[in-house]
Design a protein. Sequence first.
Length: 66
Amino acid sequence: MHVLGEHVLIDLYSCIDEKIESPAVLQDAIVNALAITNQCVEEIDCQILEDEIFLVAVSHHCHVIL
């Protein structure tokens, strides 16, 4: 199958509560999800902005933005 591109956009607003305890929880989830698809995370950054979390993960063949 040849694919030009696929995108998934996930916005997490007002999500800092007992369900997402820290950015490390999201980082681990993204690293594990990409590992399932044989993608190694080359760079990952997570920022907390008031009640929002912004995460960018970069792999050789894809990137994830939350």
